[in-house]
Design a protein around this ligand. Structure first.
Ligand code: SF4
Length: 354
């Protein structure tokens, strides 16, 4: 599918074309399994250099989580059979003076040094594997964190500069597409299995959605490191600047998922099941491959109002669509090799006998 066809598909209201493309997807991509990762969510710090119009995660007076707090969550997660320790926190939290002082007291110069030690502990002492998603990182920071991460992530959200002047991103310098594309490319150069995605419903046009999908495709063609693309729907929340924005309709989401699968092909397409409770099951018909990270223990701190479904519920949704639910690691099977993982992470995965 080329750019023009994709844009036309988003703009037109044609049931016939939706059905046609769903048929093409199901004939071309013979899916047997829908995967998910059982994780614990570790919001290491809720401060952030950005102020996105849809964010409910950011807190002005946030503190850094202590090592004991992190370890407690991870050890509890281990008892629940979790395999992923998801470290998600605000961008450049060490630009905040109070956080810098907290880090200094613990003997760290910056957040990355602290993160590295925590993730190294997770890797060496538990059966969980770290995955980091904390906004823009420099090449050298990515290189350092690759040692202790099974995979890493950064949502592209959208490749359009125009959104930098809108309510969504006007106070978020880290959302400049150029910076995000550069980081995703750097992860590719470093051979880091990577997760990215689009945020749908933040004021983008159909053209901008399509261009963002092709941007991801182009990067993946060069480096081959993008394991999954999340198609995330904007959800409105009380008190955010975008409180009155309309959420994307189920049909819009369906069409974007169809396009994502047709354009990105071998990359896994993920939708968050807690944000799509009523519609997620139908999205399986349109090419979704993965339910993403689901936690039996911790809430989704980015969307705290949206509870995770029980694994049993996820299994039922999946099986009703004629598919099977399968647990995966934070790194997809095809990247489990010395070519893609640090020695430390690779040996850990082998020892897990997953
Ligand atoms: S970058 Fe993430 S944490 Fe920071 S303000 Fe935006 S949505 Fe919130």
């Amino acid at each position: 599918m080329n750019r023009e066809e994709a844009i036309q598909f988003l703009k037109e209201n044609s049931i016939n074309n939706i059905i046609k493309y769903i048929n093409i997807i199901n004939n071309k991509f013979k899916r047997e399994y829908i995967t998910y990762s059982k994780n614990v969510f570790i919001p290491l710090c809720k401060w952030c250099i950005n102020r996105c119009g849809y964010c409910i995660f950011r807190e002005e007076n946030a503190k850094l989580m202590k090592p004991e707090e992190v370890k407690e969550i991870v050890l509890k997660g281990e008892k629940f059979g979790c395999r992923e320790a998801l470290f998600t926190f605000g961008e450049r939290v060490d630009k905040n003076e109070k956080i810098r002082e907290e880090l200094k007291k613990m003997g760290y110069n910056n957040i990355i040094e602290y993160l590295y030690d925590l993730e190294d502990w997770v890797l060496s002492n538990t059966s969980l594997l770290p995955h980091t998603n904390c906004g823009i990182l420099e090449y050298e920071e990515l290189k350092m964190l690759k040692e202790v991460n099974a995979s890493m992530g950064l949502m592209l959200e959208n490749a359009s500069d125009r959104l930098m002047n809108t309510i969504a991103h006007k106070n978020s310098p880290g959302k400049l597409p150029k910076l995000r594309i550069e980081m995703i490319e750097n992860a590719g150069k470093l051979k880091i299995p990577f997760t990215t995605g689009l945020l749908i419903g933040i004021g983008e046009t159909d053209e901008e959605i399509v261009d963002s999908l092709f941007t991801i495709k182009k990067i993946h063609e060069k480096y081959g490191h993008i394991q999954e693309v999340i198609i995330q729907n904007f959800r409105t929340k009380k008190g955010i600047p975008m409180e009155n924005f309309r959420e994307p309709s189920p049909l819009k989401m369906l069409k974007v998922i169809i396009l994502a699968k047709l354009i990105l092909e071998d990359i896994s397409i993920q939708i968050p099941p807690n944000l799509n409770r009523e519609t997620g099951q139908l999205f399986l018909l349109a090419g979704v491959d993965d339910w993403g990270g689901v936690s039996p223990l911790t809430k989704d701190y980015v969307n705290p109002e949206a509870e995770w479904p029980e694994i049993e519920e996820l299994k039922r949704w999946t099986e009703e669509a004629g598919l099977k639910l399968k647990l995966r690691l934070p790194v997809y099977d095809k990247y489990i090799s010395r070519e893609w993982l640090s020695e430390k992470v690779y040996n850990k995965i082998i020892s897990l006998q997953f």
